[in-house]
Design a protein around this ligand. Sequence first.
Ligand code: NAD
Length: 356
Amino acid sequence: MAPFALAFAYDMLPSRVVFGVGCLDKLPEEIERLGATRALVLSTPEQRKEGQQMVDRLGARAVGLFDQAVMHVPIEIAEQAREQAKALGADCCVAVGGGSTTGLAKAIALVSTLPILSIPTTYAGSEMTPIWGITESGLKKTGRDPRVLPKTVLYDPTLTVTMPPLLSATSGMNSIAHCVEALYSKDANPIVSMLAEEGIRALATGLPVVVKEPANLDARSNALYGAWLGGISLGAVGMALHHKLCHTLGGSFNLPHAETHTVVLPYATAYTASAVPQAMSRIARALGSSSAAQGLYDLAASLGAPTSLAALGLKAADLDKAADIAVQNPYYNPRPITREGIRALLQDAFEGRRPQ
Ligand code: NAD
């Protein structure tokens, strides 16, 4: 594209990022930098140990640990955490964990304006976005609010070595999905596209090593660096068909978040490919493949990740309903959405055939 034809709007999101092996040692000084003295640490029950480690590192600057974060932030858990933050007089939240724990911190920040310091241990990328989600009566509401964007993020690859290979692979593919859709977003802009392409490259380089050698800190650093870029991409520009389909499948059929992203991504990419050839070349280049969709499929398969919706437990009988829900409300995609096209996409994803 010639420079004179460029036209875009880009909101840079304000957050401080500290990255590197061992950067967790800076936690106390980073809390001090936020001007906070009473941190409430958040974790899932499974990562209580990590939560307690943060409490210990913070010493007198920690007021407690709330270890009940779960997937999709149920309102009941959000209310409990909000009450605990209030009762303890917390003046900031420290979220150690994946998207579920960061999501709980966001639910607190949404009503209290408490600043969040996030310590990600997966590749989900929520820590770089102003997007919150809360589930009430089985429905997940989402929204954007600058108050929920973490003020500080500590990316220490050491904390990701405990991620089992399957979670590493699917969480990594989830992050690649943010990068892929950023490249053909309706809000796409040159800076985010550069970050997104680099994010795919870093994840595609790091993940194959990570699943074989979970403790390899060079590979873990590469993957986490890519995940950071994926998070920026998700936070900066709107997503499209792929994210809509995953939201539908997760919300209506209770399919697991990262696994669903992993399975659907090659098919959503194949569906959209003809409308955005430049974006596809960049994705393929970053993957070191001749085709974006096939490169994504091959990467997922090589990581040992699931490649079909059938493997995730979806029933063939659900495909018609899934297609109906996915086309109910209009949304942006470079290639227009048709019921027939989406039904065919879902059939391919159900069977897990390599996209053509
Ligand atoms: P998760 O946070 O639900 O974590 C899954 C499980 O893995 C949990 O039991 C967790 O404790 C454990 N875990 C996390 N890190 C680990 C590690 N290093 N070692 C061992 N176990 C570890 O999973 P996720 O995929 O990170 O997050 C998914 C959730 O985040 C979904 O609800 C999704 O909607 C949300 N999300 C939100 C945004 C946003 O911008 N708001 C972005 C991405 C994802």
